[in-house]
Write a protein that binds this ligand. Structure first.
Ligand code: PMV
Length: 325
């Protein structure tokens, strides 16, 4: 048997990707820029065992639904092809928050999976190889391999093989991301289905692609200068453009709940009062609010008063995925 365990943190996109250039290879249509967090994440153990006749997956202590097991098995198959490992694997994975909360992420799950599987296979560590394998599981997963502020560019867009790079380590900028957790609404449609629907039917999809590179360069510049106002503005704009694609798709879909909107109004009200706070949201109802470390307590207390907010977590920039044993 060959075993390894890895931990990978959740990352949150400050400039989003939404849409694939190639569905078969799960290749994002645009780049993205993210912040890797500290506490939220996934711990995964992979055991390759010659006695197994298929891959198995235990998630948060229970046998996983078949669809999840198949998705994991497809990525393990790629790991086997790339590393020369010939055995099936037993995979046990645990999120720091229950998978059903809607906060557990496929990014941390696939980053932890490929890192553990690659380590267990005994192959030599290679970041671009790991990034490519993680991307096959989830388009945002490569970003969780690195810490702090991370940029991911797909192949083609930059005239080369694409890249994953750290723009700045976690220590560069002690920001906080205050997460307002709403009553878990179902994440329908899932991101892959939603992205395809937007690509095929939203009249704004081409504008999204056309305006994306400028968002990336403004965000890159803001990170380098530690300019919260500039980063926050571009982050909100990228997020709202992405969600505008969902409501302009046919048929439309919307990840927001009434409390999502209440949080957005609260954030804007704070800003009108001079507090530098900015929001972002992904394919779900929860809202993540970016602020300076010194304002995090006030923001967390305020958000916990908003009706419909169930829980508030304060996250900070953190290190990337690592092998634990
Ligand atoms: O990692 P995926 O393919 O499930 O998509 C993630 C999509 C967003 O979280 C909405 C945006 C992003 O860049 O993370």
């Amino acid at each position: 048997m060959k075993a390894a365990r890895a931990w990978a943190p959740v990352n949150v996109a400050l400039v989003k990707y939404w849409g694939k250039q190639r569905l078969d290879e799960n290749l994002p249509a645009t780049g993205s820029l993210s912040l890797t967090l500290t506490e939220l994440g996934t711990s995964t153990e992979v055991v390759f065992d010659p006695a197994l006749d298929g891959d198995s997956l235990v998630l948060d202590g229970r046998p996983a639904p078949d669809a999840a097991r198949q998705r994991v098995s497809a990525v393990l198959e790629l790991v086997r092809q790339a590393s020369g490992m010939g055995w099936f694997a037993r995979v046990e994975s645990r999120n720091t928050v229950p998978t059903a909360s809607g906060l557990a992420s496929s990014a941390s799950a696939f980053a932890a999976l490929v890192l553990a599987a690659w380590q267990a296979s005994g192959a030599r560590r290679d970041l671009s190889r790991l990034a490519e394998l993680a991307r096959r599981g989830s388009g945002s997963a490569p970003r969780s391999l690195l810490g702090g502020f991370v940029e991911l560019q797909p192949p083609g867009s930059a005239g080369d093989g694409g890249w994953l790079r750290q723009l700045a380590p976690a220590e560069h900028w002690p920001l906080r991301l205050v997460v307002a957790v709403l009553a878990a609404g179902s994440k329908r449609p899932g991101s892959t289905e939603g992205m395809e629907r937007s690509r095929l039917t939203s009249p704004y999809y081409q504008d999204w692609l056309a305006t994306h590179p400028a968002d990336m360069s403004r965000a890159r510049q803001a990170v380098a200068r530690r300019d919260l106002q500039q980063l926050g503005e571009v982050m909100e704009s990228s997020c709202l453009k992405m969600h505008a694609l969902t409501i302009s798709s046919r048929p439309p879909f919307l990840y927001w709940r009434p409390a999502t909107v209440a949080v957005l109004h609260q954030v804007w009200e704070w800003r009108r009062g001079g507090l530098p706070v900015f929001f972002t949201m992904d394919a779900g109802p929860h809202v993540k609010v970016l602020c300076n470390a010194g304002d995090a307590r006030r923001v967390a207390e305020g958000l916990s008063q908003v009706p419909g907010v169930e829980r508030v977590l304060v996250e900070r920039p953190g290190a990337g995925a690592r092998v634990v044993s």
